[in-house]
Design a protein around this ligand. Structure first.
Ligand code: AHR
Length: 635
């Protein structure tokens, strides 16, 4: 009796388990792939980077400068991020000075008046960096400053990197013999066996009474590929891992500025730093312009990206526009000069200036974008402005492809830039957005897009939305020549973020990739050159895929996205190819849509590689909430 009852309950339990299991799985799917049927080309430049000065992307981000407000801009509160140092019985004061500076562009300075100081009790200035200064053990830091002394007897300037908590100088350099004229001084400091930390600051002090003025105080750690005035290594490596084929710069809103006189004026961003006046970014902080036009191009070279140059086209964000016709001509000329600066030989005016700036070789340029998001120009002037730029640029550079930022009526642009900032659900519903778009219209550049869920960086639901969307980009890459996620970077310190949901987060020391970042890495690493004939039957509505081939490498790349919480069984029927017995499986998955990475926990959602036994007809089950790439090797 007891046994019977037990057997009965076991049977009931087994039934219940079976039905739970049935419910706990999405309806099975069958994916048939015809490896011998290439359907459409995939653009080799499909994935790239979009960038601008937002969220402290360059200053306090990729651009490795450690000194914040190196040009001593002042507000009602004093000179921002700079403070007075008085050791022991030293006495001094600091003031912004608008009467003297090292150049026409930097015609201001900080004035340090030292009433009393000695070599043991020094006085000077300190800078707190961008939420601290990252110091690492046994590392060399290279710096410079411009200075002018009132008299020649001030003695040496001591430069130190000081720990905030201990007050200990962990690296020091001495610069002697200040001139009474503005002059640049260079120094190098090296740390010893310290612990890596951001809780440090920089001091410049003197041990003698007198007056000294400073400007352009600069300090760099080792940079990516050792580039002078270069980029942060960890961030550059993360960007390189995305295999980006192009870089769209300098914006975005940053190109336009809030007002016409706050646009990205490229001519003020080239040459020595002392000739760069800096300018306000529309994201409400001043840009040092250390990341200027030539630095963007250097970044392209370091990561082997094609530059996609956006030129200012006569519209700024507060609704100001320049009328097409004579008023617009100077801006058109400015764009022509800019293109010549990038592409011209050293025999051209602007090519020669580029050579003087340190880059004699002309740089290849294929795409130029005319403006940014000109649909916001309610005056309706964009048709005329685009046409005027188009005519002038094509006359001189007929091979350049010119991108319009919004549909225009008067002509067919070469390429049209579409932007999408959406929630995951929208991307699940819209993954086939371009399937039916007219192939006779302009080519498409999806120049900014992101699933915006999670802040400061996207969560796993956003990554699922992104991956679903990217399957559609790949399927339609005969039309979509390029696409770039935005924004790319965010400094996660308080006050660092102006825009929610950004691909990569960081502070002064560490950085991490969001789940969306890893989805980008996966899609960018396994692109393929053609889509293949395929058919998906059954499965949940939240199952997405893309199948491409790299013919030369004899590899097939199957991307699968299961945006449902339940596992998704898929029967894969791979016809027309002889496959190696195992495929490489790259899997990114999470237990919940809210799962994410942070600065403290950067590796909670990361891709996992494994080997998957495969055949021409096999079963594969995707975990709930997962993004996978299967790389098949053809024999
Ligand atoms: O990516 C953030 C902003 O979104 C860009 O600057 C602008 O082009 C868009 O509106």
């Amino acid at each position: 009796m007891i046994r019977k009852t037990f057997a009965h309950s076991a049977a009931v339990a087994a039934l219940a388990l079976a039905s739970t299991l049935a419910l706990a799985q999405a309806p099975p799917a069958t994916l048939t792939i015809h490896a011998d049927q290439q359907v459409s080309p995939v653009s080799p430049t499909l994935y790239g980077l979009m960038t601008e000065e937002i969220n402290y992307s360059y200053d306090g981000g990729l651009y490795a400068e450690m000194v914040r407000n190196r040009t001593f801009r002042a507000n009602w509160d004093g000179v921002e991020y700079w403070y007075l140092v008085e050791k022991g019985n030293a006495q001094a004061k600091i003031d912004p000075d608008h009467q003297t500076g090292p150049s026409e562009a930097l015609n201001n300075s900080i004035r340090l008046d030292v009433q009393q100081a000695s070599p043991e009790n020094q006085a000077g200035i300190l800078n707190v960096g961008f939420w601290g200064m990252a110091l690492r053990p046994n590392t060399e830091y290279k710096g410079s400053f411009y200075a002018k002394a009132a008299a020649g007897d001030l003695g040496p300037v001591t430069v130190s990197l000081v720990q905030d908590q201990t007050g200990k100088a962990v690296a020091t350099a001495t610069v002697s013999g200040l001139s009474t004229d503005w002059k640049q001084y260079e120094f190098t400091m090296k740390t010893g066996a310290i612990e890596t930390s951001a809780a440090n600051h920089l001091t410049l002090t003197v041990g003698h009474a007198g007056t000294v003025w400073f400007n352009l105080v600069s300090l760099f750690p080792p940079t990516y590929r050792g580039r002078k005035n270069g980029d942060r290594i960890d961030l550059s490596e993360k960007l390189a891992a995305m295999h980006p084929s192009f870089l769209r710069f300098p914006g975005g809103n940053y190109l336009e500025g809030d007002h016409i006189n706050e646009r990205f004026e490229w001519k003020k961003t080239i040459g020595p730093m002392v000739d760069r006046p800096t300018h306000p970014s529309p994201w409400k902080y001043q840009s040092s312009d250390g990341m200027g036009l030539l630095e963007f191009l250097g970044w392209c070279e370091d990561l082997k990206m094609n530059p996609l140059l956006a030129v200012y086209a006569g519209y700024s964000l507060m609704g100001e526009h320049v009328k097409p016709g004579a008023d617009l001509e100077p801006y058109v000329q400015d764009a022509l000069d800019e293109i010549e600066y990038v592409t011209g030989s050293i025999d051209t005016k602007w090519g020669a200036i580029r050579a003087k700036n340190g880059h004699p070789e002309p740089i290849k340029l294929t795409y130029v974008e005319i403006g940014n998001e000109d649909q916001f120009d309610k005056s309706g002037s964009y048709d005329g402005r685009y046409a005027q730029f188009y005519k002038a640029i094509k006359a001189k550079y007929p091979d350049l492809q010119l991108i319009a930022t919004t549909p225009i009526k008067s002509m067919k642009p070469d390429v049209q830039d579409d932007h999408y900032y959406v929630r995951a659900t929208q991307n699940f519903h819209d993954a086939n957005h371009y399937d039916k778009v007219d192939r006779n219209g302009p080519k498409i550049f999806v120049g900014e897009w992101a699933t915006r869920e999670g802040l400061p960086t996207p969560d796993f639901n956003a990554a699922l939305g992104d991956a679903a969307w990217m399957t559609g980009l790949e399927r339609n890459s005969d039309l979509i020549v390029m696409a770039s996620y935005a924004p790319l970077l965010v400094n996660v310190n308080p006050g660092g973020m102006q825009w929610e949901s950004n691909l990569i987060g960081y502070d002064a020391v560490h950085s991490y990739g969001s789940p969306s970042y890893y989805a980008q890495v996966m899609f960018g690493s396994y692109l393929g050159d053609h889509t293949l004939g395929s058919k998906l039957e059954g499965g949940s509505p939240k199952l997405f895929y893309s199948i491409t081939v790299n013919a030369a490498k004899k590899r097939l790349y199957l991307k699968l996205v299961n945006a449902a919480s339940t596992p998704q069984p898929v029967t894969i029927d791979l016809q027309g190819a002889k496959l190696a017995a195992t495929a490489k499986l790259v899997s990114l998955s999470a237990h919940d849509t809210q799962a994410t990475n942070t600065l403290e926990h950067p590796d909670q959602v990361v891709p996992v590689n494994s080997a998957l036994p495969v055949s021409s007809h096999f079963q594969h089950t995707l975990p709930g909430y997962s993004i996978q790439v299967l790389e098949f090797q053809q024999q």
